[in-house]
Write a protein that binds this ligand. Structure first.
Ligand code: KIV
Ligand code: NA
Length: 265
């Protein structure tokens, strides 16, 4: 395998090759996702929802993110593994942001970190980059600020918010970020941003005019049937398939059908 690096991603954009990215939170899933050929694995703080069952991404801790990230790393041979800095681990001051990023890199073996926001987190981004840690930005719908927004609706529809988002993207590129996630914004705005910077723009609910796409793995697999935004394409109905398999097992145990003669010693 030729490992994907932050350099390879920037080259992909130069050559017009789209970047594929998915989340993973554990060893077994990461191994499948990596060997299927994904470019970037995100250990997202969506683990707070998908893995822990919280309503928002706010409760997940730095220690929990490190646990998920180190499990993922053990399953990955090729993909670039990027880890979200969780809420509360970087907002209060740049030194704490750097300490959190260093802990993720040292304790999990991840290759890069991601954090939400633009100019507001300038000093933190600068400190982390100066320590040699690659940083991915995240603009548009930033779920760690959900209580400020009040809802998960499309962001940057108004001129003012769109203008700030464009400025923030250029700003993050100038600072030295290697890529930016744009979440749930108008497709037209997202493609304008992708054209205005030379680093890859990875979209989720941001249309097809960007340099790559990211989805939450459990959404793509159809394990989270109650979550159905327009931008989600489901490639399986794994919730149903798993549920059927498990009911079948329950029946087989109850009926005394499992194990049979060839399934015992
Ligand atoms: O945590 C996450 O899964 C994310 C992606 C949706 C970009 O940040
Ligand atoms: Na996230």
């Amino acid at each position: 395998y030729k490992r994907i690096t932050v350099k390879s991603l920037i080259e992909m954009k130069e050559h017009g090759e789209k970047i594929s990215m998915l989340t993973a939170y554990d060893y077994s899933m990461a191994k499948i996702v990596d060997s299927a050929g994904i470019d970037v694995i995100l250990v997202g703080d969506s683990a707070s929802n998908v893995m822990a069952g919280h309503e928002t991404t706010l409760p997940i801790t730095l220690d929990q993110m490190i646990y998920h990230a180190s499990s993922v790393i053990r399953g990955v041979k090729r993909a670039l593994v990027t880890v979200d800095l969780p809420f509360g681990s970087y907002q209060s001051d740049p030194k704490e942001a750097l300490r959190s990023a260093i802990r993720i890199m040292k304790e999990s073996g991840a290759h890069a970190i991601k954090l939400e926001g633009g100019k507001e987190i300038k000093e933190s981004v600068k400190k982390i980059l100066n320590a040699g840690i690659p940083v991915m930005g995240h603009l548009g719908l930033t779920p760690q600020s959900i209580y400020k927004f009040g809802s998960y609706t499309v962001r940057a529809k108004q001129e003012e918010e769109a203008a700030k988002l464009k400025e923030d993207a250029i700003f993050l590129e100038k600072m030295g970020c290697f890529a930016i996630v744009l979440e749930k914004i108008p497709a037209q705005l997202a493609s304008e941003v992708a054209e205005s910077v030379s680093i890859p723009i990875i979209g989720i609910g941001a249309g097809n005019g960007v340099d790559g796409q990211v989805l939450v793995l459990h959404d793509l697999l159809g394990m989270t049937y109650e979550f159905s935004p327009r931008f989600l394409r489901r490639y399986m109905n794994l919730y149903e398939d798993m549920s059927n398999a498990i009911s079948q097992y329950v029946d087989d145990v109850k009926d005394g059908d499992f194990p049979n003669d060839s399934e015992q010693y």
